[in-house]
Ligand binder design. Structure first.
Ligand code: DU
Ligand code: SF4
Length: 233
């Protein structure tokens, strides 16, 4: 299976020296609350069915979240918010994600990120975003036969996504659509097996946004529901 092969290769990636050092350093130092954890401390693969109709794209794994558990958004505050919303709209089997074997299933949706390794201060550099781009391109290409919608969580994901779509031969309008919460555009079907693709933007469910009320649960569930409907889910 394509995505399994990709995952095997991805988790060995060491292309970004700063991130390799950081992810391992965090894994060695840990945090008091997680002292008993063996941190994943490697690239964190995408999560969800290989025939997903909707892709949700975040930023990068959190140091003590995905970098600890080895699964996107699993075990951190952003994930608590995201999985609760996914469960509310019927896209996840449970509202919580705590570890890789917690039984969580996603229905028709795959969660990934444009940068697969935890960055210092949750801030990857533009170079790191560029270096990790082929992984996002490959994942979206493998999903292409079933993919109908992509929801970018935050401006970083939006800006990482558009060049990938360009490179895949999708015709992203010029000037490029700007990121906003609720931004939306549709790319036309291509001559091959790829139908129209709906692109949506939402604020990222980071604590910076959720603690301040910039992103409320209703705002996220509304957009997830819309993305799911556009994806035929
Ligand atoms: O708020 P937090 O759960 O500690 O996450 C920190 C940071 O990383 C935030 O900007 C969300 C982002 N993030 C992500 O994009 N993908 C993940 O799987 C986990 C966190
Ligand atoms: Fe490799 Fe991406 Fe991690 Fe960089 S961020 S080391 S390209 S997996």
């Amino acid at each position: 299976r394509g995505l399994d092969d990709m995952e095997t290769q991805l988790i060995r990636c060491r292309a970004c020296p700063r991130l390799v050092e950081w992810r391992e350093e965090i894994g060695a130092a840990r945090r008091a609350a997680f002292r008993d954890w063996e941190y994943w401390a490697r690239p964190v693969p995408g999560f969800g069915p290989p025939d997903a109709a909707l892709a949700v794209i975040g930023l990068a794994p959190a140091a003590h979240g995905g970098n600890r558990t080895g699964r996107m958004f699993t075990g951190d505050a952003s994930g608590d918010f995201l999985f609760a919303a996914l469960h509310t709209v019927g896209l996840a089997s449970q509202p919580e994600a705590t570890h890789r074997d917690d039984g969580l299933e996603l229905y028709g949706v795959r969660i990934t990120a444009p940068v697969h390794c935890a960055p210092p201060h949750n801030k990857p550099t533009p170079d790191e975003r560029t270096t990790c781009r082929p992984w996002l391109a490959r994942e979206l290409e493998l999903l292409a036969p079933t993919l109908k919608a992509v929801l970018a969580l935050g401006a970083f994901a939006w800006q990482a996504l558009l060049p990938v779509l360009d490179d895949a031969g999708r015709q992203v309008p010029r000037p490029r659509p700007a990121f906003a919460h609720g931004a939306e555009f549709t790319l036309p079907a291509l001559g091959d097996d790829r139908g129209p693709l709906h692109i949506l933007g939402s604020y990222h469910p980071s604590q910076q946004n959720t603690f301040t009320g910039t992103l409320t649960p209703d705002m996220l569930t509304d957009l997830l529901a819309r993305a799911a409907r556009l994806a035929g889910l």
